[in-house]
Design a protein around this ligand. Sequence first.
Ligand SMILES: [Cu+2]
Length: 505
Amino acid sequence: MKSQSIRVIFTGLCLAVASISTSGSVARHDRPKEAPKLGVREDIATMDAEHPTLVSYRKAVEAMKKLPADNPLSWQFQANMHGALKKDGNHEGWRWCMHGNWWFLPWHRGYVYYFEKIVRKMSGNEEFRLPYWAWEKEGQNVLPVPFREAKYKGKANPLFDETRVEANKGGALRPRGVGSFARDWEAARRTARFTTPFHELSFGGLRASKATLPKKPRSLEHGVMESQAHDLLHDTVGGEKGNMGDTKRAARDPIFWLHHANVDRLWNRWLDGRGHHLPDPATDKDWYDQEFPFYNEEGKKVVVSVRKILDLAAREYRYDDERRIFGAAKPEKEKPMEQKVVSVGAVRPMLKLGTRPFTKGLVLAEESRPRFMAALKADATDVEPPAVLLRVEGIKPPKEAPLAFEVFLAKKGEKPSPRSYVGAISFFGRRGDHGHEEKEGFTQGFDVTEVVQRLRTANRGELPELEVSVIPHSTAGLTAAELAKTEIEVPISNITLKLVTVDKK
Ligand SMILES: [Cu+2]
């Protein structure tokens, strides 16, 4: 009786998937090689070390680590597809990770998708689906136990990575800050659009023009899902010198794949939100048409478009907390809008971030004040409400930066608190070793619209005097007092407040 009802549900699922895939039917019994059955990616927190998924993962990682780096099924080759050290040499399939543009999410979806296939082959477990590490859930911002121990049953544990330092001790990542991964995720989840001209208003990142192989677009301005939580998780697991903190080595750490399975899952959870949708297939064709090289479980190079990645993934896995089949979200027609941005305030003088916390007044520009106030009070029923951005501009990451910053916007005299936390600045993928972009520095902005509106409402409709606080945190396990004794300077050019308004065309 029970198995029957399960079968009914499963058939229903397959039908739903088939109806949204472009290639039509998904045969369950006599399925072609190209159409594996739908599997479920589950929360690692529900698994003990003996769970078949982890047994298979250990087996595959061990086998992959024994293969030479030029074999696409090897651990090294797979990691090098994300990024590689100079001494690793060159290969056409390497160094393809997409960061700082709107392909961050689909590229990583494809990358993890093919990796999962390879793990299935190398473990001999056809049922294998990657677990995900839900670090955004309270109490789960700790490296999962099966990855922490150097030994497993008396032998080297394939899931262990000795380059993590603090994370392997099992403490909460970001234990001393006011912010948390949960908070960062909540902020990201509220982001209304996948892409906009502003990185702090773009869940998926900034638009980039079609990339032609082998050139890839690169910018240091990360979208909200990427810059909040994702980046800092890399840094807090990797610590000062660990694999996870460096794009060129990150995927060597077996936890990388569970981290990205989670980022992939959170993309789906974002799509659950009302009005949230993928780029418009008509106006954002470039996003769907972009092709990337991956390697399948036969070790063969495959070049697939974003459209194809979405389709393949939707047919092959879903998450255990899926509320609907992802990929089914209908893109809505968005009104063309013209966005205008004006500077409405700044912190002066403000030339560097360091190892001690600071608080400074945010001075509103008198000339733009009337316009700013009018926008905040505007009845925004038929246009998009104005957005207020707090931007830390011209951040020049030092070569070694074992720290991250939490940023707060509060009423003058108020201590930084969860209510005034607006987000974090971290350096994953933006450290000073890539070339010319770093000389310019990068901007990390935050959507502070809600904070500003709350402060205004609490102050009888008028904006109170504002202060910005920036609190540094060690990613190498130092306490605030220990960190304050070290000398690290992060030059910046400015901290500004911007108003973004939308005019209907
Ligand atoms: Cu990542």
